[in-house]
Design a protein around this ligand. Structure first.
Ligand code: NAD
Length: 241
């Protein structure tokens, strides 16, 4: 592991336009479960599979059940950034990292101080009235009961990309631009099985492609460096200079 950290340090030292592409595994060290690990949400028992609950059609047909799950499992306001979030914010502040492209919806990168965060799947921190577009915070949704309604009577919908919904095209375009202009791409904490998000990494043309993930992924043998470990523990050892 030490040799790998050394290699990673050298690659970071030699790069000026690093892009980080992350998933749910980036926040497990902050106490937020991912989807596919053994203790992830997909291995817990619910009345419906999580993919069903988090789909657009379920939101429309079973709105109250959707919000029960959303309040219990998707909003986690006690979580705090871990060493990975903090190191990425530090790299950006030092002018070394140009963007964080994340599949996460928890807002922890921004809480750690990252400024340029491209949220492919939206954020639990924004919830909009479908009628008048008034924005509600995660706290307001958490403190509501049943189906949350706006003061105008409209239904509030989380600004989270549900299954069957399309990703925001501006966020995709911007992510593609940053990834294609990067000299180093660090992919971490993602099973790389959720599309189209996972396909964005194909646009990388730079020198160093690094993968940091606890479990194997389809990309393991196609990188400059693959580290099987915890992303917070790994990035926490990097020195920003
Ligand atoms: P995933 O659950 O499919 O995969 C997570 C991956 O991270 C696994 O391969 C696991 O081995 C790895 N991992 C877990 N903890 C790790 C750690 N500490 N260090 C390194 N690797 C670790 O997650 P995904 O690929 O992001 O896809 C799931 C979808 O679920 C995403 O679209 C995301 O929007 C959503 N999601 C978000 C959150 C969040 O916002 N925190 C949480 C759960 C799910």
């Amino acid at each position: 592991m030490d040799k790998d950290i050394e290699k990673l340090q050298q690659m970071i030292d030699g790069s000026r336009r690093i892009v980080f592409f992350g998933g749910a595994g980036v926040s497990t060290e902050s106490g937020i479960p991912d989807f596919r690990s053994v203790d992830g949400l997909y291995h817990q028992k619910f009345d419906y599979p999580p993919e069903t609950i988090l789909s657009h059609s379920f939101f429309i047909s079973h709105t109250a059940e959707f919000f029960d799950f959303y309040r219990q499992k998707m909003i986690c306001l006690t979580a705090r950034p871990n060493a990975a979030h903090r190191k990425l914010a530090e790299l950006e502040a030092a002018g070394r990292l140009s963007a964080v492209v994340t599949q996460n919806i928890d807002g922890l990168h921004q809480m750690a101080g990252s400024k340029n965060v491209l949220e492919l799947h939206g954020s639990v921190h924004r919830n909009y009235c479908q009628k008048c577009h008034k924005c509600y915070s995660a706290e307001e949704i958490l403190n509501s009961t049943g189906i949350p309604r706006c003061s105008c009577g409209g239904l509030i919908k989380p600004d989270v990309v549900l299954y069957e919904e399309q990703l925001d095209s501006r966020t995709i375009d911007e992510s593609l631009r940053y990834i294609s202009e990067a000299d180093m791409l660090i992919i971490a904490g993602t099973s790389l099985t959720v599309y189209p998000a996972a396909s964005l990494i194909r646009y990388f043309r730079g020198s160093y492609l690094v993968l940091i993930n606890r479990d194997p992924t389809p990309m393991d043998n196609r990188t400059s460096l693959t580290i099987h470990g915890k992303v917070g523990e790994v990035l926490g050892q990097i020195i920003v200079r």
